[in-house]
Design a protein. Structure first.
Lengths: 410, 103, 170
């Protein structure tokens, strides 16, 4: 075991020998090593967050056919630092009549609910926080904590618009948790385990994105709704509800909300990579060939994982900057009348077919699952077209007044 | 694992009694429901502690706890719907003032 | 005093402290948030008891759904944003006395049984609690019938709550 092949075990063994050499008890040493590990993980996540601010501004600029920040530092790389300094030196206002403890608790809960997700994100086979055997449900639980932070922030601002925005956002997030939980069961069924390490290793044969592309699409839509980003961001739209639940937050507290949202988007990109695109591995058996054995190195795997997560984040940004906003009642109707039944149908289909096709060779299994998803997608589109046709006919059908007018004119 | 079982049972008993105090002594109907949630959680702690300490291979304790989750969720949903509906009619949620049936 | 016991005592202080704040605080929204803290403490306790699935389901169901329902209900039934007046009834000493008596009785009963003083045996080897729980919930000679009855109960509660809270505006 050396540093390059197994970094975390190496470093923790070295620190343990160092600390017990200084005379500390064994239990205390363990606690100290855990604390240092947690701190390093949080620092890594927050530094990545700073990079994500730069990525977001450059990407939105390119989507809008302009350059983006390019004055501060090469290619504008130091722009996030300028943003952070601006936010820190702003005046910290607490609105009159606001509940002081809850007002300060809101942003803290918002960023905490994102950082606790980094405990289960598998950066590589040997670099991860903890390998929970219920990691998929832990993802849903962290989303529940995020919902709570929005309610607390909206209530504590003592502002009607903040409360209204918070209500809408919570209704949105709680509704879209249902298709997300249903779709999260699909990698669980295909991999026979709920742990993220198990799901990543089960994708050595074939990525789950190919076995079940509908699950990927539904997870993407639910994730964007959970994040509260466009096109589901009526809750914090500047032109409609004056920035929603974080209207009264200035300075670094708003910075925590904003940075938390970006980090949450990147973390969901990471989960998309883990659940559907093979995580840190998934090279279809390429790493077993002797020449490519460096693909098994933990650091290479971490870079591969971060690249896939960045691709997921880019897809989320692409959707944000290309689509118009959806109204709140359309949002909820889309969830309850379309997305949840579709997710349930896909779940039942995956569960049944994964047992029926289990006997076939690998290519038969993959082809069968992929084709079944295509068939369900095709039927769904046909149903939507028929529904749209019926609605269009109902709108252009002549009402009795219309008919009478035409008769009089003729 | 060096925690004796009766620590868990005493904790659950204390939580149950605090919940009961909440139910019996609060005026607001929603605060009464909060006390009921504490009592249900005390029952859950008891069930899971007995599952772990007696026979972890059999799943009856955890299944019972899951059924209690489902029942608590159903009860809170219906209870809060009733309270909101009563508030619309009577404009109050103080439990003492909701004392007349429809006449 | 091993590390396990220290963690359990901290968790117990969190749970009991938060629940006392739930039943005594004046502002109702604070009571709902103290309930969230108490439920989180119970989730930690489930994790200590090695029921990991129940710990996560506790956070998802109780904190993510029930506590949010409470906060919504508190926000929707207020005439103004402040709490006025006392929140406990005038004879609150009677339930307190009753609670203390029942607690004393229960503690006496618990400490009287020496079999409750045991510490936990280690988990049997190769027991995968998650898989066993899944089998127990859907296996016909285990608990599939209570599971299905619970789902019908939830359906009835869903329909009932929507009907009652929708009001009379058709």
């Amino acid at each position: 075991m050396n540093f390059l092949n197994d970094p975390i075990t190496f470093i923790s063994a070295w620190m343990r020998s160092l600390l017990t050499g200084w005379g500390l008890l064994d239990g205390l040493t363990t606690v100290i090593i855990y604390f240092i590990g947690i701190t390093v993980l949080i620092i890594f996540a927050m530094v990545l967050d700073i990079l994500l601010v730069w990525v977001e501004r450059k990407v939105v600029a390119r989507f809008q056919d302009r350059l983006g920040p390019n004055r501060i530092g090469p290619y504008g790389l130091f722009q996030p630092f300028a943003d952070i300094i601006k936010l820190i030196i702003k005046e910290d206002i607490t609105p009159a009549g606001a509940d002081k403890l809850l007002y300060n608790l809101g942003p803290v809960l918002a960023i905490a609910s994102v950082i606790i997700l980094w405990a289960i994100l598998p950066l590589s086979a040997k670099i991860y926080g903890v390998d929970l055997n219920v990691a998929i449900l832990y993802l849903v639980a962290a989303g529940a904590l995020g919902t709570l932070s929005i309610l607390v922030g909206g209530w504590a601002s003592n502002n009607k618009y903040a409360l209204l925005g918070a209500f809408r956002m919570v209704a949105n997030m709680v509704s879209y948790e249902i298709p997300m939980v249903v779709v999260l069961l699909i990698p669980t069924i295909l991999a026979d385990t709920m742990s993220v390490q198990g799901i990543t290793q089960a994708q050595n044969g074939m990525w789950f994105a190919i076995l079940s592309p509908l699950a990927l699409i539904i997870f993407l839509i639910s994730a964007i709704a959970e994040l509260g980003r466009s096109p589901f961001d009526l809750n914090e739209a500047e032109s409609e509800i004056v920035a929603g639940f974080h209207i009264e937050y200035t300075g670094m507290k708003f910075g925590l909300f904003y940075a938390g949202e970006l980090l949450h988007a990147f973390t969901f990109g990471g989960f998309m990579a883990v659940l559907f695109f093979g995580g840190y591995g998934g090279f279809f058996g390429l790493e077993k060939i002797g020449f490519f054995s460096w693909l098994n190195n933990p650091f290479v795997q971490a870079v591969v994982f971060l690249a896939k997560a960045m691709f997921g984040y880019w897809v989320i940004m692409w959707i944000k900057y290309s689509m118009p906003r959806i109204r709140i009642d359309h949002m909820l109707a889309f969830n309850w009348k379309f997305l949840t039944p579709l997710a349930l149908v896909v779940l039942v289909n995956t569960a049944v077919l994964s047992k029926v096709l289990a006997g076939l060779p690998n290519w038969g299994y993959v082809l069968g699952m992929f084709l079944s998803n295509l068939v369900i997608g095709f039927i769904t589109i046909e149903i939507l077209r028929a529904y749209g046709r019926k609605q269009r006919k109902a709108e252009t059908k002549p009402t009795p007044q219309n008919g009478q007018n035409q008769e009089q004119v003729a | 694992m060096s925690i004796p079982l009766n620590w868990y049972l005493i904790l659950a008993a204390a939580l149950f009694c605090i919940g009961m105090f909440g139910v019996l002594s609060r005026k607001n109907a929603i605060a009464i429901l909060l006390g009921m949630e504490l009592m249900l959680n005390a029952v859950n702690i008891n069930l899971v502690a007995f599952w772990r300490y007696l026979d972890p291979a059999k799943m009856a304790g955890q299944v019972f706890a899951i059924i209690v989750f489902a029942v608590a969720a159903a009860e809170v949903a219906v209870g809060l719907a009733l309270i909101i509906s009563v508030y619309r009619r009577r404009k109050t949620v103080v439990a003492d003032e909701i004392d007349l049936m429809k006449w | 005093m091993t590390a396990d016991q220290i963690i359990f005592l901290l968790c117990a202080v969190l749970i009991l402290g938060s629940s006392i704040m739930v039943v005594t605080t004046r502002k109702l929204i604070h009571a709902a948030l103290w309930l969230v803290a108490a439920l989180f403490g119970v989730a930690i306790l489930f994790a200590i008891l090695q029921a990991g699935f129940l710990a996560v389901v506790q956070v998802v169901v109780y904190i993510g759904a029930i506590a949010i329902l409470f906060i919504f209900a508190v926000m929707l039934t207020r005439k103004e944003m402040l709490d006025k007046g006392t929140q406990t009834r005038s004879n609150w000493w009677l339930p307190a006395l009753l609670g203390l008596l029942i607690l004393a009785g229960l503690v006496f009963l618990i400490l009287g049984q020496p079999i409750f003083g045991r510490t936990a045996a280690a988990m049997p080897e190769g027991v995968d609690t998650l898989r066993n729980l899944g089998f127990a919930l859907v296996s016909p000679d285990a608990f599939v019938l209570p599971f299905e009855v619970a789902s019908v109960l939830l359906l009835a509660a869903l329909v009932g709550a929507v009907y009652v809270a929708a009001g009379n505006n058709k």
